[in-house]
Write a protein that binds this ligand. Structure first.
Ligand code: AMP
Ligand code: GLY
Length: 430
């Protein structure tokens, strides 16, 4: 069987690795892929992951039995709709269903209609009215561009001056272009963040283990926001009871509302949650696997994803057998390039140790490329995601950091404290 994977980051490397581990005879084709995925299959350059016509042409040439889409950008431009029109089985939501991520105003009104717990928000296009709405809120105010802004469209403003500046930047100065022509002025939620992913056929919900991302650049969650500097799973405060509650009060009503709006969601629905004093509330939905949480989760997963991906891609029920997990801990450390996140430098030569890592450590390629002479060089802000699996979280953290240390290139940097909240909880436990 041939599987086409769309994307070329560590998330897509982890998906390819998991599929091949459970199905060694699988033929993997990745577009565009990366040098890590190239060790598992064939990589085909395409113009970009939003070039739907090029992806359809590739599918016509390769005739994959399954296509799995990693990033949100191709989903947002309708790659699933285009593949379905030509009867290529594909795992992921349609363009209309992907609005749960690509339009924060769509997501917010859907949640309000479905009674899903989330922060109160107002949508605005006029700066003066937006500022009046911000002034009515107490404490910090969150200003969000409605459209996709490469993870940068959310500003948590400490006071009214900062909120006004953010409103002007988006509505008046169009710093995010069309993505910021409409904004949400949102109430601030206090608590710990948690990511819960669920596979869904549109109705059934198969939740994955909860995970925690580390968005800030520096240890102790300091410094600017990034695409994610690491992740770990499982998370002890996310008990099975909490996951059931999230499935009942968040996933099911959201999926029902999407069905009722005529855009049933199939694929992977990602709930970004805030664990507030009043219970879990939705910060955002994503319409695809999270990065770097996926790199932490998949090495812990026993269940083969291939039959589930195939069922969902064919529009068949996914069943209700819970996913099986290995009962271990995983820590993913992201190894970033010089200058990340502001202006990552490309082309630094990478030295990988040999062997690259011990058997319980997985080195997933993110922003790497082959130079003309065949050597491995940096090619993006996040260069590797290094996942260690171990009996304890602290061990997984230490082994992940040690393996990250062994990867050498100029300007390399990473956090050594992934999982620190959980480790502080362990230390406090009796
Ligand atoms: P988003 O792109 O919606 O995930 O927002 C990016 C980050 O901003 C989230 O991961 C949170 O850390 C923070 N954030 C967004 N909305 C809120 C909110 N209403 N209250 C507190 N923090 C928020
Ligand atoms: N881990 C954050 C994201 O994938 O959007």
């Amino acid at each position: 069987m041939k599987v086409l994977i769309v994307g070329g980051g560590a998330r897509e490397h982890a998906i390819a690795w998991k599929l091949v581990r459970d199905n060694p005879s699988l033929e993997i084709v990745a577009a565009p892929g990366n040098p890590g995925i190239a060790e598992l299959g064939r990589c085909v350059p395409v113009g970009g992951s939003t070039d739907v016509a090029a992806l359809v042409a590739l599918a016509r040439a390769e005739r994959p039995q399954l296509t799995v889409v990693g990033p949100e950008a191709p989903l947002d431009v309708g790659v699933v709709d285009a593949f379905r029109a030509e009867r290529f089985p594909i795992f992921g939501p349609t363009r209309a269903a992907a609005r749960i991520e690509s339009s924060k105003t769509f997501a917010k009104s859907l949640m309000v209609r479905a009674g899903v717990p989330t922060a109160r928000a107002e949508r605005h296009t006029d700066p003066a009215m937006a500022k009046r709405a911000a002034a009515k809120l107490e404490g910090p105010v969150v200003i969000k561009a409605a459209g996709l802004a490469a993870g940068k469209g959310v500003i948590v403003a400490d006071g009214l001056d900062d909120a006004s500046a953010a409103i002007d930047a988006m509505l008046r100065d169009a710093v995010f272009g069309a993505a910021g022509a409409e904004i949400l002025v949102e109430e601030f939620m206090r608590g710990e963040e948690l990511s819960i992913f669920a596979l869904t056929d549109g109705t059934s919900v198969l939740p994955m283990l909860p995970a925690q991302d580390h968005k800030r650049l520096l240890e102790g969650d300091q410094g600017p926001n990034t695409g994610g500097m690491g992740a770990y799973a499982p998370v002890s405060i996310a008990t099975p009871a909490l996951v059931s509650d999230v499935v009942e009060r968040i996933f099911h009503p959201t999926l029902r509302a999407l069905r009722e709006s005529g855009c049933a969601f199939t694929g992977l629905l990602y709930a970004g949650l805030m664990l507030t004093a009043e219970g879990p509330k939705v910060v955002e939905f994503n319409c695809r696997f999270g990065d770097p949480e996926t790199e932490a989760l998949l090495p812990l997963l026993d269940t083969d994803l291939l039959p589930l991906f195939l069922a969902i891609a064919h529009g068949e029920p996914v069943g209700d057998a819970p996913l099986r997990w290995r009962g271990l801990h995983a820590v993913t450390t992201v190894v970033a390039a010089a200058g990340y996140p502001e202006s990552p430098r490309k082309g630094d030569r990478i030295d990988l140790p040999s062997p690259v890592a011990p058997a319980n450590v997985h080195v997933f390629h993110a922003g790497t490329a082959r130079a003309a002479d065949g050597s491995l060089v940096t090619a993006g802000g996040r260069v590797f995601a290094v996942t260690a699996v171990a009996e304890s979280l602290d061990r997984a953290r230490a082994e992940s950091a040690a393996a990250a240390e062994g990867i050498r290139f100029d300007g390399r940097h990473f956090r050594r404290d992934i999982g620190w909240r959980e480790l502080a909880r362990d230390a406090r436990a009796p």
